[in-house]
Design a protein around this ligand. Structure first.
Ligand code: ADP
Length: 497
């Protein structure tokens, strides 16, 4: 069936990104929005837009019935859920299907299996996929769990089976801490996911997060589109991603790609999906979980493969067979993405929402900005505080990084603190530049004092520099620059010795 009208059950940059491709394909678009998003860009961009409720997402973006009702009223054919919100909700996918609509994503059955880390591990058990040593099922007996932990060796990680976004995850360094961390993990899992089931994995030391993008059609064809390296994280959440990874060899890339396709096959997968692996310092890789949706970081894959993942998702949802063959795919160049969050890196990355007094995007060759804001807009407190994704693309890793530093310097944001200065620090850091880093990057190398005003001057010259900065920023052309200000080009990461 051909999709003529698509509702995007999401907001912000991802809603816009999906609607852009839909428009290129001649598909009409419908946006939904909450009362807080009345003036949002995705609402303006869509052909039609409908308010689905008050600001809290539980009363708007998560209202499955209301969203399906909108589809009926506006004669929508298909729903793209984006990421977050209802994207990995098997019940929603089923409801969409039952309403005679197309869900642009996998089957409810695949979502169900992969939604539980334990069910996912069980599903792939026959495929010879490497897995981190640990408990195969949810823990019911603590004494037994402790015995298993002692056997696999500390440190271990307690993880929520229903987990996501790094919640319900606790490292246990030694047996004496086991009970306390277990209590915390269970209660975190219970309150975040309504499911307190937890299991144990060996904590992989010097871990890197490497994931493989897959695409499967409804005729049993599954391909992979290589890897994304997502090891620069804060609170177990990604903030810098790149493709390809700086450390994989062609052999390991191929082996991981094959394993990812097998994981997808194990749950009869179709649509776009991501198979996440953890990689140790010897480049052994282990299956972590599968995300059954489009990922935030999908643009880096699009840049290096030339494949529009949203377009492929729509074709697959229409029932078309994949036209891309594995052997046709090649990595071309290198792409880096940074997530620009309204967060204060100097204050433990706490959200810092407010109004974008200044907002000027970088431009130029090899620079892509996926965002959902304009100057003067407020970042709502109700949702994820991501302002934008900044992606750069070059012939080589070095070129992509140089472009990223240049683009960060061009990006002007004031009114809120952002992750831009932190990301610039990462780009300049020797560990990142050499490719020798792991998920502990922030803990190992980053402290707020690494973000200093841009100057090579010594202390005695600092006052003059600050004075010059103040004079410049109070010139009439500087829009609303006062008090709480981050204009990224004024700040520079202190290069580590
Ligand atoms: P979530 O679904 O909550 O995002 P994941 O299983 O995807 O959880 O893990 C998130 C991050 O936690 C990984 O990217 C990695 O940094 C860390 N992590 C997960 N499992 C392990 C492990 N066994 N050893 C070390 N780090 C891990």
């Amino acid at each position: 069936m051909i999709i003529k009208k698509l509702l995007v059950a999401n907001r912000g940059e991802i809603a816009l990104r999906i609607m852009r491709t839909a428009r290129e394909m001649g598909i009409r678009t419908v946006a939904i929005y909450s009362e807080a998003d009345r003036h949002a860009l995705h609402v303006r961009y869509a052909d039609e837009a409908v308010c689905v409720g008050p600001a809290p997402s539980s009363e708007s973006y998560l209202k499955a019935d209301v969203i399906i009702d909108v589809c009926r009223k506006l004669q929508v054919d298909a729903i793209h859920p984006g990421y977050g919100f209802l994207s990995e909700n098997a019940n929603f996918a089923q409801q969409v299907r039952d309403a005679g609509l197309i869900f642009v994503g996998p089957s409810p059955e695949s979502i169900e299996i992969m939604g539980s880390k334990l069910a996912a591990k069980a599903a792939v058990a026959n495929y010879n996929i490497p897995m981190v040593p640990g408990t195969p099922a949810a823990i019911t007996d603590r004494t037994e769990a402790k015995a298993i932990s002692a056997q696999i060796g500390y440190p271990i990680l307690i993880k929520a089976s229903a987990g996501g976004g790094g919640k319900g995850m606790r490292i246990v360094e030694r047996e004496a801490d086991f009970d306390e961390q277990m209590d915390r993990a269970v209660s975190e899992a219970q309150s975040a996911f309504g499911d307190g089931s937890v299991f144990i994995e060996k904590y992989v030391t010097s871990p890197r997060h490497v994931e493989i993008q897959v695409l499967g059609d409804q005729h049993g064809n599954i391909i992979h589109l290589f890897e994304r390296e997502c090891s620069i994280q804060r609170r177990h959440q990604k903030v810098v991603e790149e493709a390809p990874s700086a450390i994989l060899t062609p052999e390991i890339r191929e082996a991981m790609g094959r394993a990812a396709v097998d994981v997808a096959r194990a749950c009869g997968y179709f649509g776009a999906g991501t198979v996440e692996f953890i990689v140790n310092d010897k480049l052994d890789f282990y299956f972590l979980e599968m995300n059954t949706r489009l990922q935030v970081e999908h643009p880096v894959t699009e840049q290096i493969t030339g494949v529009d993942l949203v377009k492929q998702m729509i074709y697959i949802a229409e029932g078309k067979p994949l036209t891309i063959k594995q052997e046709d795919l090649q990595i071309k160049g290198h792409a880096v993405e940074i997530r620009v969050y309204a967060e204060d890196p100097a204050n433990n990355f706490l959200p810092d929402v407010g109004t974008l007094d200044t907002y000027v995007r970088p431009q130029g060759n090899g620079v892509r900005v996926d965002d959902g804001f304009e100057q003067g807009m407020a970042i709502p407190i109700y949702y994820d505080p991501m302002i934008a994704k900044l992606i750069t693309y070059g012939d080589s890793r070095e070129e992509a990084i140089q472009k990223m530093i240049r683009a960060i310097d061009e990006y002007q944001i004031s009114g809120v603190q952002t992750t831009l200065p932190f990301c610039r620090y990462v780009m300049e850091h020797e560990a990142f530049r050499s490719g020798q880093f792991d998920t502990g990057f922030v803990a190992t190398y980053f402290t707020p004092d690494k973000l200093i005003p841009e100057t090579d001057a010594d202390e005695s010259e600092l006052a003059a520099v600050v004075a010059a900065y103040l004079i410049e920023t109070t010139k009439p052309k500087a829009v609303g620059v006062a008090g709480k200000t981050t204009t990224s080009s004024r700040w520079k990461a202190n290069r580590l010795a």
